[in-house]
Design a protein around this ligand. Structure first.
Ligand code: HXC
Length: 260
């Protein structure tokens, strides 16, 4: 069902850059099992796509990125079911994060709870000026369960993450930019044009090097500095064993664009 316009995760691929759109606009794109399953199917394809250069994620409509996990669904869960639901979603988000290409959230509105956690699993986020962020779970008597208690402090620091998670307070795009939750804010109407520009940028970089760089960052961030630096040295050397380094440097010396 990939690509079907009525899928809960719509899929559009253009020259190696895939746009995924969480597509339940009537529920502000809330994440239920159907969406998680559609993301799993999408990841099965993305992980096998040797020509993939980037993944851009947004929500359908102009009101929401993703307003959270589906509360009407979660309302019925027993504790074991809640564990399974969160565990499954966490696995999906980890797979998304570890794709060997940049994965970017284009946040077009409400980005709450599980939606904020989806954005945090992306390598970085860009927001429309109408975006609203928050982890309001404590207002529902729960805590973030799709990685928010772990990825939010890694992105914005522990004190800011503690404040957001324990108050459940919502913040606007300007505040999200200030605390480093998003990299950039622009008028919401410009997000689509920005996606094109970013896509061109992502296609221009050496794909093997990009994947290796992601590995160095994510694996390294989990390690003490000395072993992380050793990891970097090994991965840096690995670049010299492939074709991309020869082509990239030849192109520079010959004053022509590189062909990766
Ligand atoms: C299910 C949702 C939803 C959600 C919105 N809707 N968010 N349905 N789950 N998370 C539905 C509404 O029920 C409504 O359906 C329709 O979308 C439009 O939303 P409204 O509330 O009418 O819009 P508005 O008044 O503009 O308010 C927008 C909003 C509000 C501020 C975003 O919808 C809201 O507070 N939503 C919940 C946000 C939230 O708490 N997210 C965190 C969830 S916990 P109807 O049928 O009435 O039209 C979470 C946990 C993750 O994500 C980890 C789990 C393991």
């Amino acid at each position: 069902h990939l690509g079907a316009a009525d899928s809960v995760v719509a899929w559009h691929r253009h020259e190696g850059v895939v746009r995924l759109t969480v597509n339940r606009p009537k529920a502000l794109n809330a994440l239920n099992e159907e969406v998680i399953e559609a993301l799993e199917t999408a990841l099965d394809a993305l992980e096998r796509d040797a020509e993939l250069r980037g993944v851009l994620i947004s929500g359908a409509g102009d009101k929401a990125f993703v307003a959270g996990a589906d509360i009407t669904r979660m309302r019925e869960l027993t504790a074991p079911e809640a564990r399974a639901f969160a565990g499954r979603a966490q696995t999906v988000l980890k797979r998304l994060e570890r794709l060997p290409v940049p994965v970017v959230a284009l946040v077009n509105g409400f980005c709450l709870g599980g939606g904020c956690e989806l954005a945090l699993a992306c390598d970085w986020a860009v927001a429309g000026d109408n975006a609203v962020f928050g982890q309001p779970e404590v207002q529902l008597g729960i805590i973030p369960g799709f990685g928010g208690t772990q990825r939010l402090p890694r992105r914005v620091g522990p004190a800011m993450a503690l404040e957001l998670v324990t108050t459940g307070r919502k913040i606007d795009a300007a505040e999200a930019l200030r605390i480093g939750l998003v990299n950039q804010v622009m008028p919401q109407a410009e997000l689509d044009t920005y996606a094109e520009t970013l896509g061109d940028e992502l296609r221009a970089s050496a794909p093997g090097a990009v994947g290796t760089a992601k590995r160095a960052l994510y694996d390294g961030m989990e390690q003490p500095l000395d072993s992380a630096l050793a990891l970097e040295t090994g991965l840096f050397a690995l670049c010299f064993a492939g074709d991309e380094q020869a082509e990239g440097m030849a192109a520079f010396v010959e004053k022509r664009p590189a062909r990766f």
